[in-house]
Design a protein around this ligand. Structure first.
Ligand SMILES: Nc1ncnc2c1ncn2[C@@H]1O[C@H](COP(=O)(O)OP(=O)(O)OP(=O)(O)O)[C@@H](O)[C@H]1O
Ligand SMILES: NC(=O)c1ccc[n+]([C@@H]2O[C@H](COP(=O)(O)O)[C@@H](O)[C@H]2O)c1
Length: 391
């Protein structure tokens, strides 16, 4: 396999190709791919041929004629594998929060339709809106007769084309912190742990496979009400949850391979949460499209309390040193500050109480943007050391 040519060093890991969005044209314009290998920002120049070879070397069972986006993902995965080494062979699917909600007196098989929801995304960082989406989706499916056993967030692999993506392990940890109090949402780190980007259909199929194995081994989830008896041994349908922008993107064949999309829509189905400015009805009404053909498998949920919380807006506020409190869980915000994510490392907290450093007793500082007390030992960036007693 020819190695990519390192063209020139760059100060930051952003480029016009990386920041310029998903358009085929912007990626085609110059195969100037930027990543960070060994901690240093580097720009790689690849010919289309080299990119294609890299795609082949990625070992994916995917397209014979990969589009540019696939190649981009493969090169990023290639850079990622320099950093990360081989992935663990198995990543168990968490099942600890799976449960069925049976009617008192048992269930009737004709009326029992178990489902599990999977929200795929960057979660860069996870916000309250991501959690809210799963709440809305559960509610909508329950109304249409499904028994929702549980939900998963599946953070996307580092090889995904999105710019300014924090490392996958940080995003998994942030999702775990965000869902720690939830009785139904779990985090599946399988996608992040892979050596390359995985298309959404294959993520759903992995969850389906894992749950199929669990159910066929005779292990069913715990009933929410133990008095209701054991959960039925029917494996759940695995349904995708997404925002309206992702539903719109499904009409773009350079982003969604249409044969895979058809399988996704037919076998899994989608719960789509509306987003301001989106016209999902028009999208689903367009004749001759897959979304139109399978529209009965697409449930659109209107958010009765519309809001525009998004990860990019949160990142923007963080970078400006503004408060992000009540846009995401406090535990996630603390994690961001303590790891200096999204350029927060420069925003050094102000020391309020100087503890005994030798004994490692707590040093409490006021986080300037969160307005909360945190223990400075948890912080990656040391606080500015002013002793309030003597300043
Ligand atoms: N405010 C929102 N309303 C509806 N859907 C949303 C909202 N925020 C995120 N989503 C959906 O959540 C899923 C995961 O989102 P993801 O983290 O990939 O993007 P995002 O939150 O829009 O981030 P960014 O702003 O960085 O693009 C996507 O399907 C996205 O459409
Ligand atoms: N072909 C595909 O499977 C496909 C295409 C575009 C986005 N997605 C997924 O949608 C999610 C959200 O993506 P964006 O953040 O780019 O909107 C991600 O998890 C991504 O993997 C999947």
């Amino acid at each position: 396999m020819p190695l990519p040519i390192i063209c020139r060093h760059m100060a930051t890991a952003s480029s016009s190709a990386a920041a310029g969005g998903r358009s085929r044209a912007s990626l085609a314009a110059a195969l100037l791919l930027v990543g960070s290998a060994g901690g240093a920002g580097v720009a790689l120049c690849l010919s289309p041929h080299e990119a294609a070879v890299l795609q082949g070397a990625g070992g994916t069972s995917e397209p014979k004629e990969p589009d540019l986006w696939d190649r981009w993902a493969s090169v990023k995965a290639f850079l990622g594998s320099w950093r990360r080494g081989p992935p663990p062979s198995e990543v168990p699917l968490p099942v600890d929060k799976l449960k069925c909600h049976l009617q008192p007196g048992g269930y009737s098989l004709e009326r029992y339709h178990p489902a599990v929801l999977v929200l795929c995304g960057s979660f860069n960082p996870p916000t309250f809106m991501h959690l809210r989406m799963l709440e809305l989706a559960q509610q909508a499916l329950a109304k249409s007769g499904f028994d929702v056993l549980g939900c998963y967030m599946s953070p996307v692999n580092d090889a995904y084309w999105k710019a300014a993506l924090a490392g996958g392990r940080h995003r998994v940890r942030m999702c775990q912190l965000a869902t720690a109090d939830s009785d139904s949402i779990m985090v599946d780190s399988w996608e992040v742990e892979q050596r390359q980007y995985t298309r959404t259909l294959f993520v759903l199929q992995r969850v389906e496979r894992e749950l199929g194995a669990l159910f066929s081994a005779g292990t069913t989830p715990a009933p929410a009400e133990p008095a209701a008896g054991a959960c039925p041994p029917t494996p759940p349908r695995v349904v995708l949850v997404c925002g309206a922008d992702v539903l719109h993107s499904m009409a773009d064949p350079t982003l969604w391979r249409q044969d895979l999309l058809e399988t996704l829509l037919r076998n899994h189905g989608v719960v789509c949460i509306s987003r301001t400015g989106s016209d999902t009805a028009r999208l689903l009404d367009k004749p001759g499209t897959l979304l139109n053909t399978y529209r009965r498998n697409v449930t659109v949920v209107e958010e009765p309390v519309p809001n525009e919380i998004s990860s990019s807006r949160v990142r923007h506020e963080l970078e400006r040193g503004h408060s992000v409190r009540y846009l995401l869980p406090d535990a996630v915000a603390r994690y961001i500050y303590s790891h200096g994510l999204y350029n927060t490392a420069q925003q050094r907290p102000r020391l309020l109480h100087l503890g005994d450093q030798k004994r490692r007793s707590p040093i409490y500082v006021m986080d300037p943007t969160l307005g909360i007390l945190v223990d400075a030992w948890d912080l990656a960036t040391p606080p500015i050391m002013h002793d309030p007693c003597c300043d």
